[in-house]
Design a protein around this ligand. Structure first.
Ligand SMILES: Nc1ncnc2c1ncn2[C@@H]1O[C@H](COP(=O)(O)OP(=O)(O)OP(=O)(O)O)[C@@H](O)[C@H]1O
Length: 267
C-alpha cells in the first residue's frame, strides 16, 4: 500500500519574536506539505523568515501558533531524524575530515567498523577520497562544505535541511557541489528543504520551488518544476521549462524584494 501521509506537514504556522517594545512577526500562516523523497527549494527576500522556517522544521524553535507534524505525528512526539547544513563551516577544527563525518555515528553508538565504512563511502562519493585524514584547515572551502553535507547525511536522516549551503562558494565549485548533492540525495532518497538566494539554483535543484513574501513570510508562489532528477546542471538553463519558470518566479521575487526595501533582485 502506498503511504500518502506527508513526511512534513506545516499547518498555519506563525512565528512571532518578542522584541523590545515591538514584536517581530517572522512567519504568518505558513502551510506546506512535503512528500517522501521530495526536494523543496525556497527563495525569498532577505529577512523574510527562511531561516526561521528551517529552525522550526529542525525543532530548534517552536512555532508561536500552528502545528508541525512528521509522517502524521506531532513534531514533539516524532522520532524522525533531521540533518541540518548551514552556510557556515561547522566542522570541528581539531578532528580530521573522517573524524568529523564519523562523529554523528559515534554519538549514536555505532560500531567503529560500520561507521568507518559508511563515512569512507560517502566521502568517496563526493570526491574526497584521499583527504580523510586532513584537518578542516587543510581543506578548501568547497571541500569543507562537502564534509558538512556528508556529515549531515551519514546517519541516514529522514529529512535534510539546507540553509544556503553553497552561498559562500565560487560559481564553479558551486556547480560541482550542486551536482554531487543532487546525485547523493537521489541515491539516498532524501527529503530535502533547501534555502537559497539564487533562483536559478532553486529551479535547477528543486522538485517544487517556493517564493516567499517579504516579512512576515508567507508562500507567495509555489511551482512544480516537472523535470526529472538528477538533471544535467550544465545545460538546464537551455531547457524551455527552466526559462519559463525563471522569468515567472523572478518577477514574483522582484516584487517581494522591492517590498522588503532591498532593491530589485539581481538574478
Ligand atoms: N531569535 C530571534 N529573535 C528575534 N528576532 C528574530 C530571531 N530570529 C529571527 N528574527 C527576525 O525574524 C525575521 C526573519 O529572520 P530570518 O533569519 O528567518 O530571515 P531570513 O529570510 O533567513 O533572512 P536572510 O535571507 O537574510 O538570511 C528577521 O526580521 C529577524 O531579525
Amino acid at each position: 500500500m502506498i503511504n500518502d501521509t506527508p513526511i512534513i506537514e506545516l499547518a498555519d504556522v506563525d512565528q512571532i519574536y518578542a522584541g523590545r517594545g515591538t514584536n517581530v512577526e517572522a512567519l504568518r500562516g505558513f502551510t506546506l506539505d512535503l512528500r517522501d523523497g521530495e526536494v523543496l527549494t525556497i527563495v525569498g527576500p532577505s529577512g523574510c523568515g527562511k531561516s526561521t522556517l528551517l529552525n522550526i522544521l529542525a525543532r530548534l524553535e517552536r512555532p508561536s501558533r500552528g502545528t508541525l507534524s512528521f509522517r502524521g505525528v506531532n513534531a514533539d512526539n516524532s522520532d524522525v531524524e533531521i540533518g541540518y547544513v548551514t552556510q557556515s563551516d561547522t566542522l570541528f577544527p581539531w578532528r580530521t575530515l573522517l573524524g568529523n563525518v564519523e562523529y554523528p555515528l559515534e554519538i549514536r553508538g555505532v560500531s567503529k567498523d560500520v561507521r568507518r565504512e559508511r563515512a569512507v563511502s560517502l566521502l568517496e562519493r563526493v570526491g574526497l577520497k584521499g583527504f580523510e585524514n586532513h584537518l578542516p584547515s587543510e581543506l578548501s572551502g568547497g571541500m569543507r562544505q562537502r564534509g558538512n553535507i556528508v556529515r549531515a547525511l551519514v546517519y541516514d536522516p529522514d529529512i535534510v535541511l539546507m540553509d544556503e549551503p553553497f552561498g559562500a562558494l565560487d560559481a564553479q565549485t558551486r556547480l560541482v557541489l550542486q551536482d554531487q548533492l543532487q546525485r547523493l540525495c537521489a541515491e539516498e532518497r532524501k527529503t530535502v528543504v533547501f534555502i537559497t538566494h539564487d533562483l536559478q539554483e532553486a529551479i535547477a535543484l528543486g522538485d517544487r520551488v517556493v517564493v516567499m513574501t517579504a516579512r512576515p513570510g508567507r508562500i507567495k508562489v509555489v511551482r512544480t518544476v516537472g523535470l526529472e532528477r538528477p538533471r544535467d546542471l550544465n545545460r538546464i538553463h537551455e531547457v524551455p521549462r527552466f526559462q519559463e519558470l525563471l522569468s515567472e518566479l523572478l518577477e514574483a521575487l522582484r516584487e517581494e524584494v522591492t517590498l522588503a526595501g532591498h532593491g530589485p533582485a539581481g538574478r
